[in-house]
Ligand binder design. Structure first.
Ligand code: ADP
Ligand code: ZN
Ligand code: ZN
Length: 801
């Protein structure tokens, strides 16, 4: 008997639809349908999209509905990714559909517009009639008239190809192309005539003769400074032909990369590479923790390991934090592997991202360099996964499905029996603990290339400065150091941690603070527009002239924002050229790159910025790094605050003196005695690890305990509280006595976008029952969720509290 039952996950993200549905496959869709394809299905009164996870020969149910249509000719999910998606949903307690959508580029998500692109006359009558006068046909329309088999055959003969994107309006990637056609019978005569009659046309023909491939019309016109009329004349003469063609939307197209050769390795690099290569040869899924200080040559190790992988005919994924996906980082991979590299990050347009994905899907590349979601690149012969800066908090997705990329990488590594390399100068505490236990293999790279020493870090106590009467935001030492660099024509990076240190407006007489009416946080002052803004809900209002409560006019903004620092810099160092990098100055596409290039070309003396300048940058002329407010992170209500501070300070210090010039780091803080500041100054990861682990143990935090965070939100405060209290009660009742249940308590930000938020936390060592209990609770509140828009979010292993 033929297998006729398709197991489908449908595009309805809700608890009650989070199942795998059975559909009958009608005759005309039977041919060529395999798991991993997108389908269109009837669902209640609607027609929606879904993914086929499996095809079986029986169903537990009768009266099955039929699939309405198939949208793919090639599966877009591999067998591995289908399994991974199911695992992801169970692991993170998210809907199946959310997991699969998270694995695919947006262009392939729940939209079933797709077209067939005709390349040449198609013989079959049905297809021919359909294509009459058209180059593209919508997939749904097409499948109404011909079978998938007929389409498949046309594609096999190279007469047509699927084109996902054409139909998604406004993002047409096809453009008019020109190519030369076969020599005319009397081509020589034609040329001879042309050379006499029209220099212009003759030169153009000459240009076409030199072309290897078809070229976009636009490019031809630009390069030859000619017109479309001239081109048409060549077409009439039968010299060239126009057709609709496809080019990848490649953001790096214009860049020219000089190929780089592998460097002769230093002993510590060689020892690291040997270990990774051993696992590659043995086809073992070891997980390595490459603990190497900034500038110890980790990236070169990655590059050479990938080289082995490619020569084996396999593929590699390299993950870097979004923020450090700078042109510099991308260049290093493009320079080594050229066109074998696809790049995936959020600054790409939807179309560009889809094109990079297709390069992977079509096996046109063997390396992906990308941010978090690139872990789902549809490679089928994975040989290596690398996660650089593995401690970065951006590797955790904060929305459905709430996965940590490290766990997904390990899962894929198991499937492909390939090694996973986690690299960091300041590994995540939990990762390092796993390495110490022997779960991961630790590789140390303690020395910097060329034995350059880490820059000296000096700590400036800002309380002292205040006592000395210095009310400016620069300590005396920092002022002097900046001036010295200016005099020597060297460069300076100033780092300001914005989170927890934004500019808020306060009345000095009565203590009034301007707060957002919708969210429970203070508003931030933006000088450029003289406005107060909320960073959560984008509420904005004018800066008050007098205090709204006591009418005093001593209402001012406090704290330190990048704009304010920029202003202070301009006052203190009028001759300094300053580049400011923060969310405001980098909003426009390409702004990030442009500003960095300017700084690299020494068009500015000082680079001032937030987190986004802390990593990955490598400027030879930077000899001073200043951290303006080191305690910004320390004051956050999060048990990882010390770890983050240590990581950040170490990271930032790595930016100074990476080359011949000696670097210096100045850290300004109000709490110089804090161990994370002191130990970062001493570059002592081990000591920090030991001290922090002792605290984690004492306070029952990871890695000694697992955490689950449950956040309840609702428009009414009373309802939110009530549900939260009941949830805690249910947890107490159904979990074991070993589980520690905290709360309910208001979330750190109690109200966002007009909704109240309460949370409770589970700390546990082993609760095999936990997911089942949580699932019951969610199911119980399902009606309230629909009726009153109650929301219950569950984060197993939260990274930001
Ligand atoms: P990390 O990734 O650990 O920060 P990198 O791989 O970026 O370190 O190396 C730091 C610098 O040293 C880079 O400029 C790199 O080109 C250079 N480098 C790396 N390995 C070698 C080597 N074996 N010989 C010479 N220079 C090297
Ligand atoms: Zn007041
Ligand atoms: Zn707000």
């Amino acid at each position: 008997m033929t297998d006729r039952i398709a197991k489908v996950v449908v595009d309805v993200p809700a608890q009650e639809t989070n199942k795998i549905y059975d559909y009958l496959i009608p005759d005309q869709l039977l041919d060529g349908l395999v798991p991993g394809m997108r389908v269109v299905v009837p669902f209640g009164p609607r027609t929606i999209m879904g993914y086929v996870l499996a095809i079986h020969n029986h169903s537990e149910r009768d009266n099955l509905k039929e699939l309405a249509n198939v949208l793919d000719v090639q599966p877009i999910l591999t067998e591995e990714l289908i399994e991974l998606g199911k695992w992801l949903s169970e692991e993170t307690m998210s809907y199946y559909i959310s997991s699969f959508q998270a694995m695919l580029p947006q262009a392939l998500k729940a939209s079933y517009k797709k077209s067939l692109h005709r390349l040449a006359p198609i013989e079959q009558d049905a297809l021919n009639t359909l294509f009459d006068g058209r180059d593209y046909i919508d997939a749904l329309e097409l499948l109404e008239h011909v079978s998938l088999r007929q389409i498949n055959e046309a594609i096999k003969r190279g007469e047509a190809e699927w084109d996902y994107e054409v139909a998604s309006k406004g993002k047409v990637k096809t453009i008019q192309m020109v190519k030369k056609v076969g020599t005319l019978d009397q081509f020589d005569q034609y040329l001879a005539d042309l050379s006499r009659q029209s220099k212009k046309q003759f030169q153009l023909v000459d240009y076409f003769l030199g072309l290897e491939e078809a070229v976009p019309v636009k490019e031809v016109l630009e390069q030859n400074k000619t017109t479309k009329q001239t081109l048409s004349k060549l077409e009439i003469a039968g010299c060239i032909t126009f057709f609709q063609g496809e080019v990848y939307r490649d953001p790096h197209q214009a860049d020219r990369f000089t190929r780089s050769a592998p460097l002769p390795l230093k002993p510590q690099q060689k020892q690291a590479l040997d270990k990774i290569n051993q696992a590659l040869t043995a086809i073992k899924n070891d997980v390595f923790l490459l603990h190497g200080v900034t500038g110890s040559g980790k990236t070169e190790v990655y590059l050479q390991a990938i080289d082995t992988v490619i020569r084996d005919g396999k593929q590699a994924i390299v993950l870097v934090p979004e923020i450090s996906l700078t042109p510099m980082m991308v260049d290093r991979f493009k320079q080594r592997f050229g066109d074998a590299v696809a790049v995936m990050h959020s600054a790409l347009s939807k179309g560009e991202r889809f094109d990079e994905w297709r390069k992977v899907h079509r096996h046109e590349v063997s390396v992906v360099v990308g941010a978090r979601s690139a872990i789902f690149a549809p490679f089928d012969r994975l040989g290596l996964i690398i996660i650089d800066e593995e401690h970065e908090s951006s590797y955790k997705q904060e929305d459905h499905p709430r996965y940590h990329v490290r766990e997904v990488a390990i899962k894929r590594g198991e499937y492909h029996q390939c090694p996973v390399v986690l690299g960091s100068a300041t590994p995540n505490l939990e990762t390092y603990a796993r390495a110490k236990k022997g779960v991961f293999t630790l590789i140390d790279m303690p020395d910097r290339i060329n034995d350059s020493v880490m820059p000296a870090v000096s700590i400036q106590d800002m309380r002292e400065e205040l006592h000395l009467g210095n009310r400016s935001m620069f300590s005396g030492a920092l002022k002097e150091a900046i001036q010295a660099r200016m005099d020597r024509k060297e460069q300076i990076v100033l780092f300001l941690n914005r989170r927890g240190y934004s500019t808020f407006v306060m009345c000095r007489d009565c203590g009034y603070v301007s707060e957002c009416p919708n969210c429970d946080i203070s508003l931030t002052y933006h000088q450029r527009h003289d406005q107060l803004k909320c960073h959560y809900c984008h509420h904005q209002e004018p800066m008050p002239k007098t205090c709204p409560t006591c009418e005093s006019d001593s209402i001012r903004f406090f704290g330190t924002g990048t704009e304010k620092v920029e202003e202070a810099l301009n006052q203190t160092f009028p001759e300094a050229r300053v580049i400011r990098m923060d969310v405001d100055t980098t909003r426009k596409k390409g702004a990030h790159e442009r500003l960095l290039k300017q700084f690299d070309n020494h068009q500015a003396d000082i680079l001032l910025g937030t987190q986004m300048i802390a990593k990955g940058l490598d400027f030879p002329k930077v000899t001073l790094v200043g951290v303006l407010a080191a305690d910004g992170l320390l004051n956050l209500p999060d048990f990882r605050a010390s770890e983050r501070t240590f990581q950040l300070l170490t990271q930032v210090s790595g930016r100074a003196g990476r080359h011949d010039l000696l670097g210096e780091v100045i850290v300004q803080t109000y709490t110089p005695e804090h161990y994370s500041v002191e130990l970062a100054q001493a570059y002592d990861y081990q000591a920090f690890f030991n001290q922090e682990m002792a605290l984690r143990k004492a306070y029952q935090y990871p890695p000694y305990y697992f955490l689950t965070l449950i956040t309840i939100s609702h428009e009414q405060l009373l309802k939110t509280e009530e549900v939260a209290r009941t949830v805690v009660k249910l947890l107490r009742k159904h979990l074991s006595d070993e589980a520690i249940i905290l709360g309910p308590s208001p979330s750190p930000i109690e109200r966002i976008k007009g909704r109240y938020r309460y949370q409770c936390m589970i700390k546990y060592k082993d609760e095999p029952n936990q997911k089942a209990v949580l699932k019951k609770i969610i199911e119980h509140y399902e009606p309230l969720k629909r009726k009153e828009n109650l929301s219950i979010q569950i984060d197993l292993n939260p990274q930001q509290l």
